[in-house]
Design a protein around this ligand. Structure first.
Ligand code: TLP
Length: 342
């Protein structure tokens, strides 16, 4: 099977498994896991923040950050297709008691001037308190779209002017940085806190990192414990994360090239519509325009030929490249699709 459903399907490489096998471990709830401590220092340095913390998943990283940054009743400004709003089981309402002010983005990317218009008047007690501007980079449902640095800088300026914080769901932050050819700190200098997932394109089996000020991470740490996310000998998992950061960052560019190649090939097929220019990283979306077909049909025809993709809605499909699929696999997918759909 060539699995293009998500970059979460990656499995540890041999080198990663060896690094995990050799990891030195201790009880992380006592703060005594040397490999977890090393990973946390490494990520704080990579992202230019005072501290970072290993947590179980991207969802947990987002939810803990939301809880640590806000009070119940606060309002968060975010894009309407954000992961935290659509795909985290209503956690923002359930666990933090916050409400969301949704804006429409351009393939997920928010316009700073529109953000500024919806910030609440803090002197009016009828209004909820706007607390946080939440951006997602790359934006998953936007098609792996990359925030331009200038836009993040301007969002930060608007936030500071209005006494607000900026948070980045950077599950795929390194895809964004690699795509622009910049150091991730170019982004993180303009956000108060961010996450980074180790178990997506980076290929680790488990784990995400939250990074920010020491005071913020201390709060996140407390909530991680409260929500049952304190884990013991996590060095085995942290070792996979360290290996991923040492070996799998630069290669994200290959995933972007493979996604671009697939998008360009699909744009030639009569049954589908896609503008390859819209896809800068490892996620592509294509619309079904062929008669008598819908997403279910396309997904099942591809599955019969050994290719897995995800339906987005009735007439749209998502495909994601990652370290488990190489250039030859992509050529194979193109030739299968040519036979089925061109
Ligand atoms: N996205 C997953 C699934 O939820 C659909 C995927 O396959 O794309 N932020 C962003 C931007 C994400 O895309 C995801 C996962 C998360 C957070 C949550 O990460 P996990 O799955 O580790 O909880």
């Amino acid at each position: 099977m060539i699995d293009l459903r998500s970059d979460t399907v990656t499995k540890p490489t041999r080198g990663m498994l060896e690094a995990m096998f050799k990891a030195e471990v201790g009880d992380d709830v006592f703060g005594e896991d040397p490999t977890a401590n090393l990973l946390q220092e490494k990520v704080a340095k990579l992202l230019g923040k005072e501290d970072s913390l290993f947590v179980a998943s991207g969802t947990m990283a987002n939810q803990l950050s939301l809880r640590a940054h806000t009070q119940p009743g606060d309002e968060i400004i975010l894009e309407r297709n954000s992961h935290v709003f659509n795909s985290e089981s209503g956690g923002g309402a359930a666990l933090s008691g916050v409400q969301f002010y949704l804006l429409e983005g351009d393939r997920g990317v928010l316009d700073p001037s529109r953000i500024e218009k919806v910030i609440r008047d803090s002197s009016d007690h009828h209004r909820p308190a706007t607390r946080l501007i939440w951006i997602e980079n790359t934006h998953n449902r936007g098609g792996g779209s990359v925030y331009p640095l200038e836009v993040v800088k301007e969002i930060f300026r608007v936030a500071r002017k209005n006494n607000l914080l900026v948070y980045m769901d950077g599950a795929r932050l390194l895809n964004a940085a690699i795509s622009l050819g910049v150091d991730p700190k170019e982004y993180t200098q303009y956000v108060d806190s961010t996450i980074l997932c180790l178990s997506k394109g980076l290929g680790a089996p488990v784990g995400s990192m939250v990074a920010g000020s020491s005071e913020f991470i201390n709060r996140v740490h407390r909530f991680r414990k409260m929500f049952g996310g304190g884990m013991r000998q996590i060095g085995y998992l942290a070792a996979a994360g360290i290996y991923a950061l040492d070996h799998h960052v630069e290669r994200l560019a290959e995933d972007h090239t493979n996604a671009k190649r697939l998008a360009e090939a699909i744009s030639e097929f009569k049954s589908f519509k896609i503008d390859p220019k819209n896809f800068q990283t490892n996620i592509i979306h294509f619309e079904i325009i062929g008669q008598g077909m819908d997403s279910k049909v396309v997904v099942s025809k591809l599955k019969d030929k050994g290719v897995l993709v995800l339906p987005r809605d009735d007439r749209s499909i998502r495909a994601v490249t990652h370290l488990g699929v190489d250039k030859d696999d992509i050529e194979e997918v193109i030739s299968i699709m040519k036979k089925l759909f061109s």
